[in-house]
Design a protein around this ligand. Structure first.
Ligand SMILES: C[S@@+](CC[C@H](N)C(=O)[O-])C[C@H]1O[C@@H](n2cnc3c(N)ncnc32)[C@H](O)[C@@H]1O
Length: 336
């Protein structure tokens, strides 16, 4: 397996083009009624499968499979609108492909550099410390589900590594959602599939992935038990779950204080609190223990080094009598 650490646009493109084409098929499950919907052969992708039980049709629009049940689409509408407003105001995305190809190592716009620096450190930690261990069990590359994939930078990086990613997200816009993957797909001999879908109703039959990864997305879950249960359903054994870049607090009160501060700031700036969906928004050790009790998943915590300034934040907060800041661990779950 090629383990490529790409830092430049040109190198990334060359490496990607060199990968051999692999055929890909997915067993589908209806997101409306959970009935099996047959196999989706992704090359060519002309047929739009229909659920034999409830009639739901999996449509493909501009390369993205629309796998969100209509009633759920309605439910997420406000969340998606408000989230996109916030992301646009933060200056996410770019009109040029170079920006996307350089992620997570460089934010060519300079608008969210500090956050991409954190993402890059977490990703390097994955590349060096965790993925090689998982790869030893999967010599032919991994089938990986990238949940809450955003612009799909992670799916792209994993495809360069020889994995077979499938990206899912609620958002399909071309700046910051699944539509932005167009900047990556032309550099891959086998484009990865993208589904508009929700983490709690994955449109796939069980046991098709070796790794489910939530990069900065697990804390959008409304109920960790449901979300993890759905991911585990889709995992083969022995399978791996990675929760990356979700805020982690030792104490519940600190997480709750962060939520209150953020909502207040959103109301002041945008006129809405962005709480139409009751996301959990942070993780605690107790959450992980509860998930171990529910599913038997054993967790390991990876602690990347994010730099001295980051390491000094708890001390600064204590001196200023502010709440404890979040930590970002890499939470690695294994299911035998
Ligand atoms: C902070 S972004 C992270 C994007 C990307 N993984 C990254 O690392 O840049 C969180 C993503 O989770 C998606 N998301 C939130 N709730 C979701 C849900 N219930 N199902 C699927 N995706 C969701 C959002 O649309 C957003 O793209």
């Amino acid at each position: 397996m090629s383990a490529l650490l790409q830092t430049s646009t040109q190198a990334a493109s060359e490496a990607a083009i060199a990968l051999p084409a692999q055929s890909r098929s997915l067993l589908l499950r209806c997101p409306v009624c959970t009935h099996p919907m047959g196999t989706l052969v992704l090359l060519p992708m002309r047929l739009e499968p229909q659920c034999p039980a409830c009639g739901f049709i999996l449509k493909n629009e501009r390369g993205i499979w629309k796998a969100l049940a209509p009633c759920r689409d309605e439910r997420y509408r406000q969340f998606v609108t408000e989230y996109q407003t916030i992301r646009q105001s933060e200056g996410r995305g770019s009109s040029g492909g170079r920006y996307y190809l350089a992620l997570p190592f460089k934010d060519a716009t300079g608008r969210n550099s500090w956050q991409w620096k954190l993402r890059a450190r977490s990703f390097r930690y994955l590349q060096r410390k965790i993925l090689p261990q998982i790869e030893r069990e999967h010599k032919g590359g991994l089938d990986v589900l990238d949940v809450g994939a955003g612009n799909c930078w992670l799916s792209y990086r994993l495809a360069l590594r020889g994995y077979r990613p499938v990206a899912i997200d609620l958002r399909t816009d071309e700046l910051d959602g699944l539509g932005a993957a167009r900047h990556y797909l032309r550099f891959l001999s086998q484009p990865f599939p993208r589904f508009r879908a929700e983490m709690d109703r994955l449109p796939f039959a069980g046991a098709q992935f070796d790794l489910v990864i939530f990069n900065a997305s697990f804390h959008y879950s409304e109920d960790y038990r449901t979300t993890l249960g759905e991911a585990l359903r889709c995992l083969r054994r022995a399978g791996h779950i990675l929760i990356v870049d979700s805020p982690f607090y030792n104490r519940e009160e600190s997480g709750r204080a962060m939520m209150a501060e953020r909502r207040k700031a959103y109301v002041e700036k945008y006129g809405f609190a962005s709480d139409s969906v009751a996301s959990c928004e942070f993780l605690t050790r107790q959450n992980l223990e509860q998930l171990t009790c529910a599913y038997g998943v054993q967790w390991r915590l990876g602690k990347p080094w994010y730099g001295l300034r980051w390491a000094l934040r708890p001390l600064q907060a204590r001196l200023a009598r502010r709440r404890k800041p979040a930590k970002f661990y890499i939470v690695w779950g294994m299911l035998q």
